[in-house]
Write a protein that binds this ligand. Structure first.
Ligand code: KIV
Ligand code: ZN
Length: 389
């Protein structure tokens, strides 16, 4: 590891991820996922929202009792009853955090909370002080920060840092921001808030416009040192920033970032499969990093390039995220080099160049009729071609 800053990975699969309609998890399922996240060396695991239900309280408590290496966090609105419940759920944690939030955007304050900005500010400060009774690790989020007025946001953040919040998280709750704007919001906040250096700036981006990862990364390039994200990008509505994309971008483009994560990236596929299996949310094949096609090559030009030198068409190693290897998909775009290589891998030795040509021509005919040619297909057409040649 270089002397780069540490980028804290705060995983909220078990909390915001669970807010995906249809993705709710039992206590035992949460514990299984939490163990996998701990093995991957995630820094903070947001295990749930203890006031939400007795089941979620028990789940947070069970995760807190099980996980020893990662910090375990519970969410609480800026209300005494929520904070007390979160404090209770986290009492057995080796390292616990209370994450409290209240909305700061005009539309949320007027239409949802029916509160004045001064009332919101006072409640935010009170919530942080109350949470500090339970733990010295308190995170505060001004919900809908992405649509909040900057002067007010600065006032609230300065006050909650003074009250003892060690992490201030800037949520783009409705995925409304775009990368350069969100990046400069983080920079402006860090520059304008007098006590900004007493807290870690975090971001929490939603994916309504498909920009959650890009917005999070823009924030990191502007000084954010914690990213909140979920496995497979699970989360409310269109989801949250995908952990695997954040982590692999920061790792692959080390030249662009002044910080690094501590994750064991080889555990990414394990976590992805586990979360997909438990929630029933399938991962789309073309999903970055964890999709079935993320390291698969079909076209002849690409296959030939990768066989000559992997980096012609790969910017990451499949093994580094927990795949066994990259994959050559045999289909109508595949070329002779990939065809020959696959036969060799299967232990099939063609007697002559004519035999290889005959087999390749049969392969192309078949590939026009089928999406993918499997090893059994290759075996059969090679036998036929040997007879023909
Ligand atoms: O999206 C959001 O604003 C949240 C907060 C609770 C951080 O999930
Ligand atoms: Zn959220």
């Amino acid at each position: 590891m270089t002397s780069k800053d540490h980028l804290i990975i705060f995983d909220t699969t078990l909390r915001d991820g669970e807010q995906s309609p249809g993705a709710s998890m039992t206590r035992d399922e949460k514990v299984r996922i939490a163990k996998a996240l701990e093995r991957m060396r995630v820094d903070v695991i947001e295990a749930g929202f203890p006031i939400a239900s007795p089941g979620d309280f028990e789940a947070v408590k069970a995760v807190a009792a099980t996980v020893k290496e990662s910090r375990v966090c519970g969410l609480a609105r800026a209300l005494d009853k929520d904070i007390d419940r979160a404090g209770e759920a986290l009492a057995g944690a080796n390292a616990g955090r209370i994450h409290t939030f209240i909305a700061t955007s005009p539309i949320h304050m007027q239409r949802k909370l029916n509160m004045t900005p001064d009332q919101v500010l006072a409640q935010a400060v009170h919530a942080v002080q109350r949470a500090r009774r339970y733990t010295d690790d308190v995170e505060f989020s001004p919900e809908d920060a992405g649509r909040s007025e900057i002067d007010f946001l600065c006032r609230v953040l300065e006050a909650v840092i003074d009250a003892g919040a060690g992490t201030v998280n800037i949520p783009d709750t409705v995925g409304y921001n775009i990368p350069d704007q969100f990046g400069s919001l983080i920079r402006t906040l860090r520059e304008r808030i007098p006590n900004a250096d007493k807290a870690i700036f975090s971001v929490h981006c939603h994916n309504d416009l498909g920009l959650a990862v890009a917005n999070s990364l823009a924030a990191v390039r502007n000084g954010a040192r914690q990213v909140e994200c979920t496995i497979n990008g699970l989360g409310e509505r269109a989801g949250n920033a995908a952990l695997e994309e954040i982590v692999m971008t920061v790792r692959t483009r080390q030249d662009l970032f002044e910080c690094q994560t501590r994750l064991d990236t080889t555990q990414i596929m394990n976590c992805s499969r586990l979360v997909s299996g438990i929630t029933g949310f399938a991962v789309q094949p073309n999903k970055a990093v964890v999709g079935a096609n993320a390291f698969a090559h079909e076209s002849g030009i690409h296959q030939d390039g990768v066989l000559k030198h992997r980096e012609t068409y790969e910017i990451m190693r499949a093994e580094d995220v927990g795949w066994n290897a990259n994959r050559m998909v045999m289909g109508k775009h595949s070329g002779r080099n990939a065809f020959r290589t696959r036969l060799q891998e299967l232990g099939i030795v063609m007697g002559s160049e004519e035999e290889l040509n005959a087999a390749f021509s049969r392969f192309k005919d078949l590939a026009d009729k089928k999406h993918e040619i499997f090893d059994e297909d290759l075996q059969a057409l090679v036998t036929d071609a040997t007879l023909d040649a």
